[in-house]
Design a protein around this ligand. Sequence first.
Ligand code: HEC
Ligand code: HEC
Length: 284
Amino acid sequence: MEWFNLSDNVNLLALIGAAAIILITLFTAGKYFKQMRDDKSEGELLEHNWDGIGEYKNPLPMGWAVMFLLTIIWAIWYYLWGYPLNAYSQIGEYNEEVASYNAKFENKWANPDHATLMGMGEGVFLVQCAQCHGILGDGMAGKAADLSAWGNEKAIVDVILNGSKGLGYPLGEMPAGLLDEDSAKAVAAYMVQEVSKTQKASDPSLVAMGEALWATCAACHGEDGKGMMGQSPDLSSYGKPAFVVDVLNRGKLGHIGNMPAFNDGRLTTVQKEAVGTYILSLSK
Ligand code: HEC
Ligand code: HEC
């Protein structure tokens, strides 16, 4: 019998404890039985009386009172720090394991080169993004953002003409129709060449005109386009993986639909950067 295996210290201690409890119980019960048989009751009674049953006027024994208070203190300690609120949980252990695995993963890919990011990004895209954006990233006929038309000059023009909403910035929505189409093209040229520095403007002659119109945008995005300390998106990262990482961290309840946030640990930092690199390579 397993539990009777006396070479196991814990079993042995438990058995000794059980024997001690039985002995003490027998001894105490015996003592009180004897007292009930032999003792003559005497002493001062309290005033109250329940159908003839009285109660002696005994002071609270000091040791008992102290034990009582200590028990309450111990119970509070036990509940707050000792066990229940500080307890082991499967979810906690799972989270710790995931965190430590992710740390290893991040460590392994601490300095990814472009090819690594593209490979990893394609993998993440096919698993996490393609079901909405389509395997080609074209948004499956308007079901999600067409990523081949995102993050470039054309997309900026589109945002200026049609507005944007759903990233949850303090300034809220970017209103539609801030500029007419020609002015929007000029601003887009200026933005990609001078603010985000991602591309040469497709028509360099527009850049100076765009700069002159930039004040419209600076009102909300700041003179340097960096978003005025988090009031609106940082346009200096537009067209770069960092902007995609921001979208992934926020999600977007936009005009097209609901882009879920990926801020729950499903993707590590390097995977977000990788998928950002990959989808921007789709941008035409
Ligand atoms: C009234 C304030 C305001 C003005 C003016 C404004 N923006 Fe915005 N812009 C925003 C906000 C807020 C967002 C984030 C919108 C969202 O939640 O999608 C944004 C988003 C953007 C985006 C990112 C869109 C995306 O796909 O996520 C671009 C690009 C942009 N603005 C460019 C501009 C340009 C260029 C101008 C100047 C013509 C401009 N904005 C003027 C407030 C403004
Ligand atoms: C559940 C469907 C869904 C999934 C999954 C999804 N997206 Fe989206 N995504 C959308 C929709 C819908 C939009 C358009 C939101 C809008 O502007 O109305 C969008 C928009 C975007 C945009 C443009 C954001 C902007 O500021 O305009 C980017 C970039 C993007 N998604 C990247 C990704 C990446 C990368 C993944 C995978 C890690 C992903 N999406 C997964 C539905 C999805």
